[in-house]
Design a binder for this molecule. Structure first.
Ligand SMILES: [Zn+2]
Length: 472
């Protein structure tokens, strides 16, 4: 057989879909990694048996790299609310949805040092069914921050989240963002920013509250699109001024994406992330019977905005698509539905990200499979310093992949999902295409929709310097 030893698993008869190559190939796996891609049939079944390897029949299946979710909050505390999952639950849900790497956040609370929070959070990776990486987070500037940034980068965390909203919690001043960008630029890292202009939102929310229109049904109107546009423009100007790379999380409007695209054309190393719910759901959800279940920041936008955002995805202006997974349940969401300022923000989504995007963008609207893999697997790996270990099926990469049945239809039901909550914002949505068998580090963790290996073996992934990934 044309392969290097040892050989533990052969995935036979499938069509491999990478971002930049697709075709019929058998995948040879040994020691947790991809050893080789070979012509179909180059490994006959009796030879596989003689080598002592297991075999997966992927006939009729697409073999995709395991998804890399660049935006995932696990057990996240905000105000009085903590989201309901731990690493074992979040990664179990992830693998059922075809995602085999998550990037979580180490967000300090007042008085905590970013580097300490990273150290605490990275220890949780071992509870996972799959590997994970982290974004650090800086809120306030002081003399210790440069040394802490050096420490987190040395610890393999090269991305730092910053917020332009949530004053008094996680919001950072513009000068702090500028300072962190400058230091990270020299360390081979990158700031990732949640952009919504806090002063605009606070003012609008106060006026809406005075008018008695601050409940969950009014959520979209309390965080206007122009607050996002204004903040993105400001942060892009800072990045351009100090020649630092910058990544915008969950961009929700075409205007915000266009600002990034124009900056890129001037040579700014700027990147757009969108998230699944902003591409599939719209603000009509706030007029429904359970508006609180859709409260996230930025909010769901109008159907016109959603169509504009989707068109940016199809025209190559979006680098990555994450989930912004945050696993609250309906009781938590309902408890503060009278006032969006007190609500827990965020939607469960680590499990539904890949199937929803596959069904809605690839099957329904014709997004090429390579682009789907680029935005959900390869680019998130690149922009988090994890490529080519993750995000691609190629010799040397970790053997993380999912066998998709591209024709299987199903209806999304919360009761059929594995996230630590009792609802999904996609309840009742009919989708075509789903991952059926999922391999993590060469182990078959999900087989034909059943969990076959629940043992936690997750690793914290040390990210490499971003360097070449940031070339526009
Ligand atoms: Zn988030």
């Amino acid at each position: 057989m044309p392969h290097p030893e040892p050989l533990d698993l052969v995935v036979r008869g499938g069509t491999v879909i990478n971002a930049d190559w697709q075709g019929a190939a058998d995948v040879l796996v040994g020691d947790g990694r991809v050893r080789a891609l070979v012509e179909p049939g180059a490994c006959p079944p009796d030879a596989i048996r003689r080598a002592g390897a297991a075999e997966l029949d992927a006939t009729g299946r697409l073999v995709l790299p395991g998804g890399v979710d660049p935006h995932c909050h696990v057990g996240f505390t905000s105000g009085e609310f903590t989201s309901l999952d731990d690493y074992h639950q979040a990664t179990t849900a992830a693998v059922f949805g075809g995602t085999t790497t998550i990037v979580d956040f180490a967000i300090p609370r007042p008085g905590e040092h970013p580097a300490d929070v990273v150290a605490l959070q990275r220890a949780k990776a071992a509870e996972g069914l799959c590997d994970s990486a982290l974004h650090a987070c800086v809120v306030d500037w002081d003399d210790t921050v440069p040394e802490q940034l050096r420490a987190v980068v040395a610890d393999g965390v090269v991305t730092v989240k910053m917020f332009t909203t949530y004053r008094g919690e996680t919001m950072a001043e513009e000068k702090t963002i500028l300072n962190v960008m400058t230091h990270l630029r020299d360390l081979g890292g990158m700031v990732v920013v949640h952009c919504e202009a806090d002063h605009i939102i606070t003012d609008v929310q106060e006026r809406r509250a005075s008018a008695g229109a601050i409940g969950a049904g009014h959520h979209a109107t309390t965080r206007p699109e122009l607050a996002e546009t204004a903040s993105v423009a400001e942060i892009l100007a800072i990045a351009e001024s100090v020649a630092a790379p910058v990544y915008f999380v969950h961009q929700s409007t075409p205007e915000a994406v266009d600002l990034v695209a124009r900056a890129r054309s001037r040579g700014v190393r700027a990147f757009t992330e969108t998230v699944a719910h902003h591409l599939v759901l719209d603000d009509s959800a706030y007029a429904g019977p359970h508006p609180e279940r859709f409260v996230c920041c930025p909010p769901l936008r109008s159907s016109t905005t959603v169509a504009g955002l989707r068109s940016r995805v199809f025209h190559g202006q979006v680098a990555t698509i994450g989930s912004d997974h945050c696993c609250y349940d309906t009781a938590q969401k309902e408890s503060a539905r009278h006032d969006v300022r007190a609500m827990p923000n965020g939607l469960p989504g680590v499990e539904t990200r890949m199937p929803v995007l596959f069904g809605e963008l690839v099957v329904e609207r014709g997004l090429p499979l390579g682009r789907f893999v680029a935005m959900t697997c390869a680019n998130p790996a690149r922009l988090n310093g994890l490529y080519p270990r993750k995000g691609v099926i190629a010799p040397g990469a970790d053997a993380d992949f999912a066998l998709w049945d591209p024709a299987a239809t199903h209806e999304v039901r919360a009761t059929g999902l594995h996230m630590a909550t009792d609802y999904t914002p996609y309840e009742g949505m009919r989708l075509t295409g789903r991952p059926r068998t999922v391999v993590v580090g060469g182990r078959v963790v999900v087989d034909e929709g059943r969990l076959t290996d629940p043992e936690p073996r997750g690793r914290h992934l040390a990210s490499g310097p971003l360097g070449p990934a940031l070339i526009c």
